[in-house]
Design a protein around this ligand. Structure first.
Ligand code: DAH
Length: 348
């Protein structure tokens, strides 16, 4: 009957070898059932003990107990090892490396034209002007009539103005062609004195070329008070030119015509690139046209309910895209509207 024990030692050795390969708790449980469970050779040997003679039964019984005791110890040991390995693997898998740099949003930047819009607005805010706003879809009344622009004025032709189908009058509603209607809207709502600027988008029926796009940007200015003179206009706008282009700027005013101002002028400034001697930026003349301006026409005051004998004022309108082109040497207006980041990224 020694062969029972020697057979069980082989079973033990095989079980230990397989236990070494087991890599999960489930694996170990299954192996334990196979080696020590009711259907195992060890269980069968135990059941056979009762048929052995006394002495042999004791010897084989002790041998079985030793084997079962050793196996139990090794199973427990292996369980601990596998649990530790599983825990280590889980920690490795779930590791959160908080030392990695985060994936932040790509930093954007204001478009160059918006940067210029804000800069020019700030120059006037620093002088005490406030910012006024108006709609981009405008009535012909505010865009033209209230601004002393008669029904026959060529700017009102459909070849220049984009009309919007709305209401009975085919030319009653339009995309504003200038920021000037904000002047009339504001004065209607506020008594004098008025010191406002109003930046925004304007629209014209222009075909795209180097200096024209159907959408562009202007900033409007309006100052109305008891004794505003052309000298105030000149001082204010010269200050603006020097703040924007540099302290050495000279300015000059040339007679011009706008329906809503009388007298009207164009303001030119010495070319900031050559200082006035003539270069490519200014086309050789040494001067750059910057804006339109003038003293508010009495007819405009009447249209908004102001008394033209009690107040006077000046107004101006500046093309912001043009300012940006001039100062940064951008040769084509359409670069501002092309989604080409190589152009825009230079101005972040
Ligand atoms: N609205 C004019 C334009 O779009 C610019 C302008 C000229 C505005 C004279 C004014 C002004 O307020 O006084 O060409």
């Amino acid at each position: 009957m020694d062969d029972v024990l020697s057979r069980l030692r082989v079973v033990e050795a095989e079980a230990l070898a397989r236990l070494q390969e087991a890599v999960s708790a489930a694996h170990i449980d299954a192996l334990e059932r196979e080696v020590l469970g009711n259907a195992s050779e060890i269980a069968a040997a135990r059941r056979g003990l009762k048929d052995l003679p006394d002495e042999k039964r004791r010897e084989v019984g002790r041998g079985i107990n030793e084997i079962v005791g050793r196996l139990g110890g090794r199973f427990a040991e292996r369980r601990t090892q596998v649990a530790a390995a599983e825990e280590a693997e889980r920690l490795r898998r779930e590791r959160l490396d908080i030392t990695l740099p985060g994936r932040g949003a790509l930093p954007g930047a204001a478009h160059l034209v918006m940067q210029v819009l804000e800069e020019v607005t700030d120059i006037f805010v620093a002088l005490g002007y406030t910012v006024a706003d108006g709609p981009e879809v405008e009535t012909a009344f505010y865009n033209f009539d209230a601004l002393n622009t008669p029904p026959t004025h060529p700017a009102r032709l459909e070849s220049d103005t984009l009309y919007v189908e709305h209401g009975p009058d085919p030319e009653g509603v339009l995309l504003r062609t200038q920021t000037s209607p904000v002047q009339a809207r504001y004065m209607e709502q506020h008594p004098p004195p008025v010191y406002i600027v109003s930046p925004g988008r304007v629209f014209r029926r222009d075909t795209m070329d180097a200096t024209h796009t159907p959408v562009f940007h202007q900033i409007e200015g309006l100052a109305v008070d008891a004794n505003v003179t052309f000298a105030d206009l000149k001082g204010t706008l010269a200050h603006f030119a020097r703040e924007f282009f540099g302290p050495e700027q000279q300015v000059r005013f040339l007679p011009h015509f706008f329906p809503f101002t009388e007298p009207s002028a164009e303001m030119h400034t010495t070319c900031f690139a050559c200082g006035g001697s003539g270069c490519r930026v200014c086309g050789g003349g040494g001067w750059i046209e910057l804006l339109g301006c003038g003293m508010v026409d009495p007819n405009v005051f009447e249209a908004v309910g102001y008394d033209p004998t009690a107040v006077s004022g000046f107004a101006f309108g500046v093309g912001l895209d043009r300012l940006a082109m001039i100062r940064y040497g951008v040769p084509e207006l359409r670069y501002f509207f092309d989604p080409d980041l190589r152009v825009l990224e230079q101005f972040r």
